[in-house]
Write a protein that binds this ligand. Sequence first.
Ligand SMILES: Cc1cc2nc3c(=O)[nH]c(=O)nc-3n(C[C@H](O)[C@H](O)[C@H](O)COP(=O)(O)OP(=O)(O)OC[C@H]3O[C@@H](n4cnc5c(N)ncnc54)[C@H](O)[C@@H]3O)c2cc1C
Length: 262
Amino acid sequence: MKTLNLASYSSLRIGPVVAVEVIDEVKENSSFIIGGCNNLLFSPTPPPLAMLGREFDFLHVENNLLHVGAATPSGKLLSYAKKHDLANFELMQKLPGTLGGMLRMNAGLKEWEIFNNLVAIRTHKGWVEKKDIEYGYRHTNIKDTIFEAKFEIHKGFDATLLEMFKKLRDNQPNLPSAGSCFKNPPNNFAGKLLDEAGLKGYRVGDMAFSDTHANFLVNLGNGTYEQALELIALAQQTVFERFGIHLELEIKIVDKKKEYEA
Ligand SMILES: Cc1cc2nc3c(=O)[nH]c(=O)nc-3n(C[C@H](O)[C@H](O)[C@H](O)COP(=O)(O)OP(=O)(O)OC[C@H]3O[C@@H](n4cnc5c(N)ncnc54)[C@H](O)[C@@H]3O)c2cc1C
């Protein structure tokens, strides 16, 4: 077990001090698995948590495929791709997380997604091929803990893409957040809807929708779980009343009483 202060470990800087099971071998896991906690809003009472140990932080080539441990941080994978001139990992520029979290979320930016050149993931049941996984925009149906994944190898790291990703992130706030709060609805943008609904910069206590990018729920200092929930509910209600559009959460709420949203 490891003691984690979620108020400093999670990117939103909210959560209690908890004991987390460290998983150091491939086995079935029924606890809520965390990666870098860059997409999570923790309640004061989360369910039992687990995280992968250092054994799952690795990169190597085997049979012309890149094998990556699910605890490997995005920055390490990006550096590896740069050093070995590999294409398709440029999207990890300033995309915080571990490989497990990125795969579970199918993390990405625009058409660049982590699933693009994925071959298979490894769970306690063995290797599961990409074709057997349901996935889409910021969604997968992965229920099991991922321990490792393998990717196609294509030569040609594209430094110009890094510049583009940097530019796309220019309007992102530097305050603690969990990235985009809501998914973009089909043919629309959550940030634009929140802005038009008058919620850009709207604040409850120390939580707010950023005044630089309305879809970033930010912690201004001592923001709480309850304040975050209040803002989320207000945004969903206001946008639905104004535009008839339901905003679906991209960040995940981790609470033992809430049915976990897949
Ligand atoms: C400043 C900022 C910018 C961001 N920009 C983007 C962006 O451009 N695009 C984007 O997609 N996201 C973005 N995000 C969100 C976040 O970076 C991604 O969702 C990332 O994939 C989270 O990885 P993590 O390791 O932190 O996962 P966590 O937040 O810890 O967990 C996310 C989900 O993955 C699951 N999970 C974690 N590890 C495993 C595992 N080993 N096996 C199975 N499931 C697992 C968790 O149970 C949870 O459901 C941003 C976040 C921040 C703070």
